[in-house]
Design a protein. Structure first.
Length: 418
């Protein structure tokens, strides 16, 4: 790649800012940074294929899924009437400071509107589990605070970003490794189901994104979850996965849309929940799944005068540097699926410097605008390891592109200069 991780983060953050504000108030925890971190996980993680035995049509297959050991019943502990009567099922191998970091991340998120740190008066833990071959730590807890009342928190973080003494929230950088969905505490009922979409840690192939992994957390009496999704072959896959005390993680394979839960059943076959997406009700960002990578192009010429080829999902951006690029024009190669279209902006996000690509899952080749002598999108510098801004050296001639897309849109883009 022709651009550093820090520069990618800066460009993607700018692109996110253009795309709009996150939902308020609970979802405004550095929304730009968090959404970029989520996409960066999708794009950089190496993923493994788990065995998936599923069939199309109305017949259900049995899918390999990891659940908890034992038959945990409703919690035998003192919880208030508003809280869930679920057991405290934290993996004892996860250090408590890691879990405290998740609560600390919530504290800063909750108080970001008022520039204060909310105080957690009490925390009721329900789940802390290593998922996706240990690459992620998933958490679920409810918290009481004087400022915000009773809230439910569901989320995850990359294990290697929280397990080596890192803070749950970096005050100096104003960022957190935790991707949290925070909603008002729901009314306790056996019909609740919460989900997380994460990526697996080992690649099914060297040139693909990771499989999507769903984490399902439902009433402890739940014993199975029926779900469906569209695979890369365009066929709908339907499967039944076992739930142990209401919990399972399932590798759904390479997919092209969000995962949908058809039914959650108890051991008597009674439907406790049905027709819901995998996510946290009230937190729209939690429903976005890891989509399969758009296939490689067949006809992009090799050229030094190019931004290179990149593939991703949602908003993104990257840079390249060359002192003597021609200014005559560009050629844009693009393919996408999932949304209506993507917008590719070259050196400026304004009319005349943007091209629109329809997302019909076909490869498009379009004449684009010329690069600018002085890019309006390229970064002016970057932060060093201490958080200090370091400007680009004099004469730096960075050029940049932005890809504007919905979080449910996967794309591949290449831009050459002619």
């Amino acid at each position: 790649m022709s651009m550093s991780t820090e520069e990618q983060a800066l460009r993607s953050a700018l692109s996110d800012a253009v795309a709009g504000q996150p939902a308020a108030p609970y979802d405004r925890i550095d929304g730009v940074r968090r959404r970029h971190a989520h996409r960066r996980q999708r794009q950089l993680a190496a993923i493994a294929t788990a065995a998936i035995v599923a069939v199309t049509g109305a017949t259900f297959g049995i899918l390999s899924a990891r659940g908890d050991n034992g038959d945990v019943q409703l919690a035998k502990r003192d919880v208030p009437s508003w809280a869930l009567s679920w057991p405290d099922a934290r993996d004892p191998s996860i250090p408590q400071p890691v879990l405290d970091g998740a609560v600390d991340a919530w504290s800063h998120a909750a108080g970001i509107e008022t520039a204060t740190t909310a105080l957690a008066q009490h925390v009721y833990w329900y789940r802390a589990a290593k998922v996706a071959h240990g690459a992620e730590i998933a958490v679920m807890f409810e918290v009481v605070s004087a400022e915000y009342g009773n809230q439910l928190v569901v989320g995850y973080a990359d294990t290697d970003q929280v397990s080596n003494g890192q803070p749950g929230y970096d005050v100096a950088q104003s960022e957190t490794p935790w991707i949290l969905s925070v909603v008002t505490a729901p009314v306790p009922t056996e019909h609740l189901v919460f989900g997380i979409n994460v990526h697996d840690s080992q690649p099914p192939a060297t040139d693909t994104f990771g499989d999507n992994v769903i984490v399902v957390m439902a009433d402890p009496r739940s014993r199975s979850v029926e779900w469906h999704v569209t695979g890369v072959d365009g066929q709908v896959r339907r499967a039944v996965s076992a739930l142990s005390a209401g919990f399972a993680e399932v590798d759904t394979g390479q997919i092209r849309e969000r995962v949908r839960i058809d039914a959650v059943r108890d051991d008597h076959g009674t439907v406790l929940a049905h027709d819901v997406g995998v996510g946290v009700p009230g937190a729209p960002d939690s429903y976005h799944a890891q989509l399969a990578e758009v296939p490689p192009f067949t006809d992009v010429p090799d050229s030094n005068d190019a931004f290179g080829v990149t593939a991703g999902q949602g908003n993104s951006g990257y840079e390249s540097q060359l002192d003597n690029w021609p200014m005559h024009g560009t050629t844009v190669y693009a393919r996408c699926y999932g949304g209506a279209h993507i917008v590719v902006a070259i050196d400026a996000d304004k009319p005349g410097h943007r091209v629109v690509i329809p997302c019909d899952d076909r490869e498009h080749i379009i004449d684009g605008p010329p690069v600018l002598a002085h890019s309006e999108l390229a970064s002016e510098g970057m932060e060093d390891s201490n958080g200090n801004f370091v400007p680009n050296p004099p004469g730096n001639k960075n050029h940049a592109i932005q890809i504007q897309a919905s979080d449910d849109t996967a794309w591949r883009v290449a831009v050459t200069v002619r």
